[in-house]
Design a protein around this ligand. Structure first.
Ligand code: AMP
Ligand code: MG
Length: 332
């Protein structure tokens, strides 16, 4: 089956083409800025302009014609209303034009489902670390359950805001990672003490964000030492909660998802923790960690094939606030 996937929950617009388990094309076009962050209406305008070139590129690379597509999958939740609407409108008109079924996909669940396509993991716990989302998710009795999450901002948003306060531009995570490498030393002498906020199974970053802003304003700290220290603190918080989730649900596999998952230090910390407790750590290639449409196409395909799920064009909608555990998983 040939599936066309559309991703538009946040800063990335993506279109992918999947034939069975083979990713024929996975094209993304992301909104970026040199200074400042994301303004929803501007990101939506970016996606609207990106739609046709991205579609053409994806079809070209896949070597198929639009009429070969047999199923359309689009991310319908959760995310920024402005941008979700662009993807949904594109998906609806394509489904209508081609006369093929349409499936709406929860983006967070897609990050987990795609690990079955891109790693050897069978029944993992997902440490999902993206811009707006930070959740520890695992399947249990008919739903993907959230075992821990951020109580305020997402880990990527924290890194992006911190980078914006340093005037590094958006997205900030990769810039923070690069600068942090300049400060790494064996004795951790460059480690600045920062708030470490783990509450039960949840994490919180807002206090840390304010603390960092104060530290930046004093000009008493070197930027690379701050970057290094932020990473050490926030990744330790995430790995601590992920480890507790593994213990709690008795699962033996951890996978990473989300753009922050590209961070080599986070990957290293995850693999050290997994080794210590006899679990396996898997990390999908970067193109499937960041927001992408291949994961939407894959999840839409298994929802349709195994769960007989289909959305009519009339009922196709967006659900900006849908939570991972709102979705009844009928396809497993
Ligand atoms: P997503 O929303 O899953 O596409 O992820 C986007 C987020 O990932 C943004 O907040 C980026 O700053 C962050 N990000 C991307 N690459 C890295 C990296 N190497 N280290 C840390 N954060 C990153
Ligand atoms: Mg994401």
């Amino acid at each position: 089956m040939i599936v066309l996937g559309i991703e538009s929950t946040a800063h990335t617009f993506g279109i992918a083409v999947l034939r069975d388990r083979e990713v024929l094309a996975n094209i993304t076009d992301s909104f970026t800025t040199a200074h400042g962050g994301m303004i929803p209406a501007k990101v939506a305008m970016h996606h609207e302009e990106a739609y046709l070139p991205t579609l053409r590129k994806a079809l070209n690379q896949a070597g198929i014609a639009l009429r070969d597509v047999e199923l359309i999958a689009y991310s319908d939740a959760p995310g920024i209303g402005h941008t979700l609407r662009i993807g949904a409108a594109a998906a609806k008109s394509l489904a209508l034009e081609l006369g093929v079924p349409l499936v709406g996909v929860n983006h967070c669940i897609a990050h987990l489902e795609v690990t079955a396509l891109t790693t050897e993991a069978k029944d993992p716990v997902l440490l999902y670390c993206s811009g707006a989302n930070t959740q520890i998710i695992a399947y249990d009795e008919g739903k993907y359950r959230i075992f821990g999450e951020t109580l305020d901002v997402g880990i990527g948003n924290l890194l992006d805001t911190f980078a914006r306060d340093l005037d590094l531009g958006f997205p900030g995570g990769p810039k923070v990672e690069k600068l942090a490498l300049l400060a790494t030393d064996e004795e951790m002498r460059n480690l600045i003490s920062l708030p470490y906020s783990v509450k039960g199974m949840d994490v919180a970053f807002a206090g840390l964000q304010t603390n960092l802003l104060h530290k930046i304003k004093t000009k008493e700290f070197r930027t690379e030492h701050l970057c290094y220290s932020v990473q050490e603190h926030v990744f330790a918080m995430l790995v601590e909660v992920a480890e507790r989730a593994l213990a709690h649900v008795g699962k033996k596999e951890l996978v990473l998802g989300g753009g922050v998952g590209c961070n080599k230090r986070l990957q290293e910390m995850c693999s050290i923790m997994c080794e210590a407790r006899g679990a396996k750590f898997y990390c999908p290639p970067n193109q499937f960690l960041v927001d992408n449409a291949a994961m939407i196409a894959w999840t839409g395909k298994i929802m349709h094939e195994r769960g007989n799920i289909q959305t009519t064009v009339e009922n196709a909608t967006i659900k900006p606030y849908e939570r991972t555990d709102d979705v009844e998983v009928t396809w497993k």
